[in-house]
Design a protein. Sequence first.
Length: 357
Amino acid sequence: MLVFRQLFDTTSSTYTYLLGESTSGEAVLIDPVFEQARRDAALIRELGLRLTWTLETHAHADHVTGAWLLKQRCGSRIAIAAATHAQNADRLLAHGDRIDIGRRHLQVRATPGHTNGCLTFVLDDRSMAFTGDALLIRGCGRADFQEGDPATLFHSVREQILSLPGQCLLYPGHDYRGLTVTSVAEELRYNTRLGGNLNESDFIGFMKNLGLPHPKLIDIAVPANLACGRARPDGGVPDEPAWAPLSFTFGGVWEIEPAALAERLGEVQVIDVREPQEFNDELGHVPGARLIPLSMLQDEIPSLDRARPVVTVCRAGGRSAQGSLMLQKAGLARIANLSGGMLRWHAEGLPVDGSAA
């Protein structure tokens, strides 16, 4: 079975696509974003997949790829168009190449024009295609920098993308209006730049008069992406928590395992967000825990010691996850949720206070 997820980075309005094959567990990410690498790795882990490739539709000018960071975290390999002349890639792709995902595969189609190194990835049954910036929903990528050329882009889109079956779903690299997917038939009919009876001259005239501003991050993003994300001129690398071994969930929560918390009880603030009648029920509570019901947590934030890490706890980990996010939004830096809550703590035979003691 094919596993498919469409992910979004709000800062750059970039879509990242996860494709996995459930039998083999193999997966690829198309156009990962540097700042979202932790999120992407968490989703792959939670779905029980193994990231084998990160694929780039082109060398982006508006964000830095997460390819190198994911290679370090997940052991994945990096693939990008040979025409980009990028460094640090494990595979340089050309038109007609194939990327295997277990029993499925993606066909590589060269679609230059936005940049020389633009690629479109087409699923083996031609039901889906990932177009990067070559074709957007009711639009297309610009062609006035990075060796862009309107005539080349026109022919790339018409011959390599809009020649696919009409029902083929097209997933773009960006959208700035909240749109998520289109189809070949829709774009042939409604794309005001490339659809209908528009010809090459119409398209070139349109593209030469867009009057778009210079991309703000191009001087940072392009050099970093030509190194596959290994070198960022701004030196930015997401910090990992050092106060305890934590894992990050796709829901955006840092979690700590019961045994790791038990080793640090004297160093952290344990906040139990259950109701008062639960604090001393049959599960008991973590020794030294402070009871602050979730409904009262927001008001009690000023009373917390910001110099010490905070671990939130509840019965099974759901309410405390919400509490953890609440504390993060309030600006507390070292926050974690107890994985599995008191149910796991109790099941692992760890010390408790209250009636369970």
